[in-house]
Design a protein around this ligand. Structure first.
Ligand code: PLP
Length: 380
């Protein structure tokens, strides 16, 4: 079967058909060599490989699976999500203009702000889940990149990707979507008109909290894409073969993990919403969520594994709840098989995050156990 015709679950489980023809192994081999030989006529033994900064088979294999799962033409892996984001924004010329969603992953906002300041690039920050506000920001001037993150972290806001693509294209910009909290399993921004999608593969794509990686996927290539690919090879922000191999291995269960995490997250969100000690729950799967109807259209098979909630009683009460949890590890990051809790205000006190907000990443444990843990931590 041509990988192009495979559904994501098949592509992922079979690592895009990556059997090792030489040994007959059903998993791809890892080639750690940094350099590749030429014959006596100085022709490469394998025309696809010369030096590991440009070429590695298992990296290509992982990129192919990622491109196919996202319905894109090509994918490029990076050693972290931030390296992928930086590679994209480095294509913006000095004195350019970018439109960036506000209230997103803090590391992204911080890096883009500093980068734009250094390069004299105008950075417009806008609440992109407000479509009219995003359209106005795009209409106010030509731009190179419009950056959205949906669902956003940690607010779980949902952005209308189709409308954002139209607005971005009207400004002559590329629409790039950070799809980390949705994964290619729950949402396909490229099919809705986005030009590129970025995932921190450190999160659910790898799913086992043991690989740092990022990926960019393009719908159709183009000049900016070529520039990013060239810059990656020249500047050397490449992922190692072993990390790419682990990623390919982690991805084999991605659809299964995401399905279970979504079911668990929905159950947890419903439990929290009804709890007397909880002030509010932010999860796009809840009918009470402002972006619920849009999420139903844009996300298929679930609403993700990430949610935030406000604990009644302020900062001290929220920290007490986090401190009493036994199953949820108190740690940053998200998308792994194990559930995590984070008090965002401790990490980023200056960003307007409420002091009583806890963000949780729901793993694949038994939902009843997770709910019981939250119940005892909140005090029933
Ligand atoms: C973690 C994260 C990133 C950054 O990815 P790294 O792999 O940690 O560099 C970007 N966007 C979102 C939404 C994230 O959660």
């Amino acid at each position: 079967m041509d990988p192009k015709d495979m559904k994501p679950a098949t592509l992922a489980a079979q690592a895009g058909g990556a059997i090792d023809l030489q040994s007959g192994g059903v998993v791809p081999p890892i080639q750690p060599s940094t350099t590749f030989v030429r014959d006596r006529n100085y022709a490469p033994l394998n025309a696809a490989n010369t030096y590991a900064r440009d070429h590695n088979d298992v990296v290509r294999q992982a990129e192919q699976v990622l491109a196919q799962m996202d319905g894109g033409a090509e994918a490029l892996l990076f050693p972290s999500g931030m390296a992928a984001i930086a590679a994209l924004f480095r294509t913006v010329p000095n004195r350019g203009r970018v439109v960036v969603q506000s209230g997103i992953y803090w590391g992204t906002t911080k890096w883009i702000r500093e980068f734009c300041a250094r390069r004299d690039i105008e950075m417009v920050e806008v609440e992109a889940s407000d479509t009219a506000a995003l359209e106005a920001a795009c209409a106010a001037g030509a731009a190179q990149i419009v950056w959205i993150e949906t669902p956003s972290n940690p607010w779980l806001r949902v952005v209308d990707i189709r409308a954002a693509a139209e607005a971005a294209h009207g400004a002559g910009a590329l629409l790039v979507v950070d799809g980390t909290a949705a994964t290619p399993i729950l949402s396909n921004p490229l099919a809705l008109g986005a030009d590129m999608v970025m995932h921190s593969a450190t999160k659910a794509i790898n799913g086992h909290s043991d690989v740092l990686a990022g990926v960019l996927v393009t719908r159709a290539g183009g000049l900016v894409w070529d520039e990013i690919a060239n810059d990656r090879a020249s500047a050397g922000a490449v992922i190692g073969a072993f990390e790419a191999w682990l990623l390919l291995r982690g991805m084999r269960t991605l659809p299964l993990r995401v399905e279970r995490m979504c079911q668990n997250a929905m159950a947890v969100a419903e439990f929290l919403e009804d709890h007397p000690k909880v002030e509010a729950v932010f999860y796009p799967g809840l009918a009470s969520h402002a972006g619920h109807a849009l999420a139903q259209q844009q996300m298929t098979g679930g609403f993700g594994f990430l949610l935030s909630f406000l604990v009644k009683g302020g900062r001290a009460a929220a920290l007490e709840v986090a401190g009493r949890l036994n199953l949820f590890h108190r740690a940053t990051s998200l998308g792994g098989v194990e559930s995590l809790v984070e008090h965002r205000h401790t990490i980023e006190p200056h960003t307007g995050i409420p002091e009583n907000l806890l963000r949780i990443s729901v793993g694949i444990e038994d939902a009843d156990d997770l709910i019981a843990d939250l119940g005892q931590a909140l005090g029933q």
